[in-house]
Design a protein around this ligand. Structure first.
Ligand code: HPA
Length: 247
């Protein structure tokens, strides 16, 4: 079996990673510019991994200004052949409250104005990729198996709604997303997933619900609240990824 080189793209609450050993910075520049941060190469559970902080390190790049294309190209240049994206999200589905972990199987893209394809007729000739199943099913199942093995409860399905940010949504916007079938809302799921597909790199997301989406609780959403949920939940997310690497 070909060796896996697994990338972990960390989002809010995961701008650096503790698990991997022998971490070394791997500066890389792509034809489309620099990635959000210097990728870190390391070994985790005896597996080669590359960690990339999506918002930079420290966390400073807003979701709509991330150079997603450079991030994906950089990972490809480093030989990455599967990607686990970690996303902090708001929960819309009543079962997906703060602290819930979800491995989504579908998404709806509400973002706009982002460089969202390599096949723009400029960088590469136009192509229409299949995106029926936006996440790699094998990788999704491996994450689910890993979660089960380490006794961490995760939702095995969910529809991710990708919004523009950086502001959070209005109640009416969340009602619209819910009506569209979205269970989760986040700002960075797209175009990342589509770009991975364009490069043919299997990609799955592990989402941590850090707040009820707008109107889903009586409380105001504060960054302090989100930080508390992140601290606890990210440990569990990391354990699931560790389990995946062990398998
Ligand atoms: N909305 C959009 N993105 C988010 C949220 C939210 O409520 N929480 C974390 N990321």
């Amino acid at each position: 079996m070909a060796e896996h080189i697994t990338a972990i793209i960390g989002g809010t609450g995961l701008t650096q990673i503790d698990g991997p050993e022998q971490l070394s910075a791997e500066p890389v520049i792509t034809e489309l510019g620099a990635p959000s941060s210097t990728p870190q190469r390391g070994v985790w559970q005896q597996q080669p991994v590359v960690f990339l902080s999506r918002h930079g390190h420290p966390h400073a790049i807003p979701p709509h200004k991330i150079n997603y294309r450079a991030n994906l190209l950089a990972l490809q240049q480093l030989g990455v052949n599967r990607i686990i994206a970690v996303n902090a999200v708001g929960g819309i589905h009543p079962d997906m409250g703060s602290g819930a972990i979800v491995i989504p199987q579908q998404l709806v893209d509400y973002t706009w104005g982002r460089e969202s394809t390599f096949f723009d007729g400029d960088f590469m000739p136009l192509q229409h990729i299949d995106f029926t199943h936006p996440y790699d099913e094998t990788l999704r199942q491996q994450l689910l198996t890993a979660a089960k093995a380490c006794n961490i409860t995760v939702h095995d399905h969910g529809v991710y709604g990708a919004t523009q940010g950086p502001r959070l949504e209005t109640i009416a916007e969340i009602q619209k997303l819910q009506h569209d079938g979205c269970d989760l809302v986040g700002m960075t799921g797209m175009p990342e997933a589509a770009l991975a597909r364009e490069l043919n790199i299997p990609y799955a997301s592990i989402c941590l619900v850090v707040n009820p989406a707008a109107g889903k609780s009586d409380e105001l959403i504060t960054m302090d609240y989100i930080r508390q949920v992140l601290d606890h939940g990210m440990h569990q997310v990391i354990r699931v990824i560790e389990g995946l690497l062990q398998s």
